[in-house]
Design a protein around this ligand. Sequence first.
Ligand code: FMN
Length: 335
Amino acid sequence: MTTRILSELSVPIVSAPMAGGPSTPDLARAVTAAGGLGMIAGALLDLEKFAAQIDSMRDVRFGVNLFLPDDPTSADVDAYAARIAPWFEKYDAEPGVLPRRDDFYPEKFRWLIHNPVPLVSSTFGTFDAAEVAAFHEVGTEVWCTVTSATEAAEAERNGVDALVVQGPEAGGHRGSFDGSAPEEPLDQVLAAVRAVSTLPRIAAGGLMDGFDIAPLLESGAADAAQLGTAFLNTTEAGTRQVHRDQLTETADTAVTRAFSGRPARGIVNEFMLDNSEDAPLAYPDLHYLTAPMRAKAGAAGDPSALSMWAGTGHLRARRATVSELMSEWAQQLGR
Ligand SMILES: Cc1cc2nc3c(=O)[nH]c(=O)nc-3n(C[C@H](O)[C@H](O)[C@H](O)COP(=O)(O)O)c2cc1C
């Protein structure tokens, strides 16, 4: 099975939406120009920046990713704030003001219906059936990020067109609906999803080049691949220098809730080691709580208190242009 957008790709590679800076319109545009699909990360942007990034892409094929809102948490965020207080002192930062839930999901959804785009994908949940129907009505294809067969079945019931199947190797947030962090490797998640759904699958997690992707396509496990970490060090990415530098060090990655309150894979640093065990499931509260500290650490080029999302393949993230990487990967895929 395929979809309208997937059938248009001469290279079945999607650039992962990477909220928080790494994704840029330049990156998305270059991936599309090379025959793939460039994604705009629609989360963590105010409405003005959201609209501007999308409108700058109107002449090419692209998609937009949204984080679906989590329910308010009952976790003890104050206790965690007290726990990490020394870190705020260290960076002379004030804790972020809580509660803040201002990713503007309803406004972004309405804007996308009035200003339709070729494709939307959701993360942290599935659009409900009415939302999917509203997107279809305006000609927008709909994908949903899933981390398990159960999530895949729910998304399919709601009418989505394809599934971004994310394995635990992936950099950044686990896209699970309930904030869990399933550990079955990508090939097992793909097989489990395939057993319950005939929807096209876009594989994500730990894929760093065409040789990694080819077996998934050849075996029918996946129809395309979504790569994040492999693009993090490209010329077109908006990744901070300190994050780029850490990618090529030998540091490990781990999954933590310490920065945002949802499990996410990033390069291990002191803040993560110090706080991962105590961090509650409380997204986006912890994201906003830690934001001023992360901003100060980032401005100082200090990696010890920054979230530096990266997948297990991070040592293979190359400094190159998107067009260089895409043409190499296309060759490896025989395209
Ligand atoms: C820095 C970074 C930011 C990310 N932000 C998002 C995001 O905004 N939305 C999303 O659906 N996935 C996000 N992801 C996860 C990717 O969609 C994808 O699942 C992951 O990059 C695939 O694994 P890989 O990094 O090993 O290629 C992010 C990943 C990284 C590395």
